[in-house]
Ligand binder design. Structure first.
Ligand code: FAD
Length: 528
């Protein structure tokens, strides 16, 4: 049954804008349109709002699903922080993770990623004294790539006629970085395999190892965290909670358990949506933040899909890898359990990232190519008052969707004994990694639960359980259809697929979508 995110709400049939999905991109567009006086309806199929920024509670614990750290929010003058302040009416607060945000663990060696570009460079020089020039050149390229990003995304918010005219010039600089793989760029600076492995040690943040990922994506993630990581005070759910108030102030609302089954299109014009229970809502402005695969394969009829070549466009991009997360609850405070704030990225010693991924895809029982450990409860200063004497840990690895194919179509929590057995096997392997790093936690775990790609599909509606929407390959960045405006009048896209994965990427997607719709220069407005 459809329900309001709040207690009581009067629903209309007509809205100024209808937004499908309540992820970061959708919520940002919703807030910006609301602040322009529009009455916005956000429709979310899950029982709670936020998309990957949602949290879930079980057995007296709370876990954040898709936020472990966000960069560039400590400084009140960065574009990301300004945008968060604007869309939340200054209600979102951020807690700094401290000097070391990521630790790259390769065998018995650990490499710290420390806050501040200068410190980062010095630390890398310390670890790799023979590669000082390569490290400096690498950092410079990271900045150069990011510098050209602004114009690239400006093109996406332009009307088609202007983009046809100016787009080439706006995109061309960034495409120089995005069309090369991360490996191509870094290996042109150094032959030191260990250095390459360390510098690409955050590849899990965008899901593709260096020989497959676009350097532009790598560079945007690396720069994003150069000044450290932060966590939302009060947990990730604060994002939807604070933005909800902004939407409400313009008489809009977020509905949960509200699944859209199709978009009503007449004469190539979007008119409204049909819900899974048959109810209809109408608007001249429909925005989908549910990913390009879901939007074009499921929400639009086949005739229109083919007419506009959406089916062909979708063959040019691929769904990103899927993942599993072991959500762990422990009795005791983070201090008592000596839980760090830094994230751990654990990699096999014997192979480079690409070879480790290939080996694992061939043999799922071989060593995990990547294990990521995040200590959410130690990052949130409000945690102990909300959950006294408890702590949480998330342990994540890549899990191919295909491994879970035989349970496709089964229901959540009722997938059968074999599925549970496989989960126990993976859980034990992940716990071994945790105990390798923090042996004193043996015997301290109160409860744990593993999510699988089917969990992601069930709750966030990515058909192949995608971790990050579409893959961040060089090809992705040259796809012109990944922009807010669609060829259907009144239908727009937002969310990670039109910019990039990451809460920052999705936040920015919301801004360019709202700009494309209203022609308002939100960046200027927000900076004021
Ligand atoms: C495990 C994990 C860890 C991550 N860690 C970080 C991190 O530390 N830092 C960071 O910056 N980023 C992180 N990310 C990435 C980040 O969370 C996402 O890139 C971002 O939140 C995606 O936002 P979005 O706007 O694209 O929407 P999504 O979050 O993808 O939300 C889409 C929403 O649409 C809804 N929907 C789908 N179909 C329908 C329908 N038919 N009707 C109604 N609603 C529908 C879904 O239920 C969902 O709520 C992580 C992601 C994952 C999965």
């Amino acid at each position: 049954m459809i329900q309001s995110y709040k207690q009581k709400v009067e629903l209309s049939e007509n809205y100024d804008a209808i937004i499908i999905g309540s992820g970061m991109g959708s919520l940002t567009t919703a807030a910006l349109l609301s602040k322009e006086g529009k009455k916005v309806l956000v429709l979310e199929r899950h029982y709670t709002a936020g998309g990957f920024t949602h949290v879930f509670k079980r057995k007296g614990y709370e876990w954040d699903v898709g936020i472990h750290y966000i960069g560039e929010v400590q400084n009140p003058n960065t574009p990301i922080r300004k945008m968060f302040d604007y869309v939340s009416n200054n209600q979102l607060k951020w807690a700094d993770m401290g000097e070391v945000y990521d630790k790259i663990v390769i065998g018995d060696k650990t490499y710290d990623f420390v806050k501040g570009v200068k410190n980062f460079k010095s630390k890398m020089h310390e670890y790799f004294p023979n590669d000082v020039k390569a490290i400096n050149d690498y950092v410079q390229l990271v900045f150069d790539s990011n510098k050209s990003m602004k114009k690239f995304y400006l093109d996406k918010s332009l009307p088609n006629f202007l983009s046809n005219f100016l787009g080439f010039f706006l995109r061309k600089e960034y495409l120089k970085f995005s069309s090369r793989t991360t490996y191509e760029v870094i290996s042109s600076l150094t032959e030191n395999k260990e250095l390459i492995k360390v510098l690409t040690g955050q590849y899990g943040d965008y899901g593709l190892p260096p020989k497959q990922s676009s350097f532009a994506m790598h560079a945007s993630v690396v720069k994003h965290y150069f000044n450290g990581g932060s966590f939302p005070v009060g947990g990730s759910s604060q994002i939807a909670k604070t933005i909800d108030k902004v939407i409400e102030s313009s008489e809009g609302t977020i509905l949960t358990k509200a699944e859209v089954s199709s978009i009503i299109i007449e004469n190539n014009t979007a008119k409204g949506v049909v819900m899974s229970d048959g109810k209809k809502f109408y608007s001249d402005l429909i925005i989908s933040g549910t990913g390009v695969f879901h939007t074009y394969n499921n929400l639009i009829n086949e005739k229109i899909r083919i007419k506009h070549g959406f089916d062909k466009n979708l063959t040019k991009v691929t769904p990103s890898v899927a993942h599993g997360c072991l959500y762990i609850g422990l009795n005791g405070t983070s201090e008592e359990l000596k839980l760090p704030k830094s994230n751990l990225w654990i990699y096999p010693k014997d192979l480079d990232h690409d070879s480790a991924v290939s080996r694992y895809l061939k043999d799922n029982d071989s060593e995990f190519p990547l294990v990521y450990i995040s200590f959410a409860s130690s990052k949130d200063p409000s945690w102990q008052s909300r959950y006294p004497n408890k702590s949480t840990i998330d342990v994540i690895t890549l899990l191919p969707y295909e491994r879970f194919l035989k349970w496709e179509g089964t229901s959540w929590m009722k997938r059968g004994e074999d599925y549970e057995k496989l989960k126990v096997k993976i859980t034990n392997r992940l716990l071994d990694h945790l105990y390798d790093q923090l042996p004193h936690l043996k015997g301290k775990i109160d409860c744990c639960e593993l999510s699988s790609p089917l969990t992601t599909k069930n709750f966030v509606n990515y058909n192949k359980g995608e971790l990050y929407g579409i893959d961040h390959t060089p090809t992705r960045f040259s796809q012109k259809f990944l922009r807010p405006k669609t060829p259907i009048k009144g239908l727009y896209l937002t969310g990670q697929d039109i910019v990039s994965a990451g809460v920052g990427g999705a936040l920015f997607s919301g801004l360019i979508t709202a700009s494309a719709i209203t022609k308002v220069n939100f960046m200027k407005k927000i900076y004021k």
